[in-house]
Design a protein around this ligand. Sequence first.
Ligand code: SAH
Length: 519
Amino acid sequence: MTNKQNKGKVWLVGAGPGDAGLLTLRGREVLEQAESVVYDALVGDGILGWIPEAARQIYVGKRGGSHTKSQDEINEILVEEASRGRRVVRLKGGDPFVFGRGSEEAEVLRAHGIPFEVVPGVTSAVAVPAYCGIPVTHRGIAPSFHVITGHRKNGEPAQMDYSSMVKEGGTLIFLMGVTSAEHICQELIKGGMDKNTPAALLEKGTTAGQKKAVSTVEHLWEEGKRQGIRPPAIIVVGGVCGLADTCSWLEEKPLFGEKILVTRPKRRSHGMAARLREAGAEVVELPAAEPRLIQKEEERAALKQAVLESSRYGWAVFTSPSGVELFFEFMKEERIDIRALGSLRFAVIGEGTRKSLEAYGFYADYMPGRYYAEDLGAGLADFIAKEKAQGSTASETVLLLRARKASKALTEKLKEAGIDFEERVLYDTETADVSPQAERVKNLLSKKAFSFVTFTSASTVEGFLNMLNPSEEEKEGFTAVCIGEQTRQAAEAAGMRTVVSAIPSMDSMAERMEELCRH
Ligand code: SAH
C-alpha cells in the first residue's frame, strides 16, 4: 500500500513544560484523535491522562534507570506506526523544535514519504521562568533573550564563545545544563560578566515539583547544591532574575506544590480537576470507576415501564450527577420524548445533581439542606407530608432512580415516614480496566508523588484498590480526601489515612485540602 491511500500520518506535538494547562488547543485536538502516541519523559503526567484509551501508548523516555531509546529507534517506531496507517502523535516536552530533535524526526518522515504536521508547544525556556516569576525580557534590564544548550558531549561541556554572549547583555537561558552549571557560570565570569549578576536555577517548572534557587552568577552553583536542585532544570542568568520575588505568583496559590490524584469517573473528573488546578495543584486524573447504564433486558423493560407510566408517581429522585446523565441517555436510547415526564417532580441529593438536571431543562423541586441520603429521605418525606396537610391530592409515590449498590439510608427514612416508593436500578458502577494511565499512576504512587488522592464514592475507593493494589507503604504516601462518611469508612478500612470534607461537594473537598496545606 502506498502512503497516499494510507491515512498514516505523524503530528509532532509540543506538550509544554509540564502543567496540563499549557498544552495548546491544537495539541489537545490532535491528541484526542490519536491512534498511537509516542511520548517522552518530560510530558506532564496530567496530559498523559488525556490520551484516548483506545490509543497505543509507547514510552520512549528514560524511566527508573532503564535507558532512553536511541533517536534511531524512535525514528523507526514513528515510521512503523505511521506505515500501519495510524494517526500518530509524537508528544514531546516543551516545543518540538527547541532542542527537541523534532526536526530530525521530520527529516526521517519526509524521507519515507510519511505526511506530518508540527504543533508548536510552550517552551520551558520561556514558561518555566514565567511560572517562577522571572520575565525573560524587561524594559531597561534585558533587551533580548538567548536560549542555549548546556548539554555536554561525552562529558565535555560544549565549546562556546561566552564573552560574546556576555556582550549582548540579554537574558541567557541554558537548557540541559544543571550538571554543567558550575562550569557555565565560571565561563561567563571569565567572559567578562559581573559576578554579582543575578542568576537562577529552576527545577521542574510548572509542576508540583517546581523549585527555584536564586543567587548571583558567582554563587549560583553552591545555592543550587544547597537546595538540592536536580534535572530537569534550566539556568537563567541576567538582571531579570532580580524580579523573581516581585513577579512570583504560582508559589502563592493555596495548593502550590501539591500533586493530587483525582479518581472520579471519567465524565465527572474534569470539573474537580479544573477546580484544583485553579488552586495551584498539579492534577492527574485516573477514572477508577465507571457508571454504566443497566444492560439486562428485564431491568431495562422495568425502567422503561416506570418512565412511560410516570404520571403514577409524584416524584422522581436522583442521588448522583451520573444518575441524571445516564437516565437521559436511557431516554434517548429508548427514544422516549421528555414530555413523557411532564407531571413528575424531581428531588435531588445535592448541588452537583441539581446542576446536572438543570442541563436537561429540569429545575429540582426539592433538595435537602445537607447532602446526605438520610437527609434527602427525611426531608422529602416531610415535604410530602406538609403538602398533604395543606390538602394536596398529588400522587405521593416516589420513584428512586439510582445505582444498584445504593445507600439504604434513603429508603429507611422513606419507610419510617410511611412514604410509598418504588426503586428502579439505573446503573452499575464498574471498576475501570487496567490501562497505561493506571500503570503510570502506580509508578507515581510508588514514588510517593501524591500528597492527596480524592474519592467521591465508596466505589471509587474500590476501583482504586482493584486497579492499583497499593502496598502499605504506598498508602502511607498520601492522604485520602473523601466526600462523605461512607466513602471515608471504605478508605479507612483499606488502611488509608483519611480526611472528610465538611459537606459532600467538590468545593468543600478542595477547601479541606487547602486547609491542610495551610498548617
Ligand atoms: N523541547 C523542550 C526542551 C527539551 S531539552 C522545550 O522546548 O522546553 C530538555 C531540557 O528542557 C531539560 O534538560 C531542561 O533544561 C528543560 N526543561 C524541560 N522541561 C522543564 C521543566 N518543567 N522545568 C525545568 N526545565 C525543563
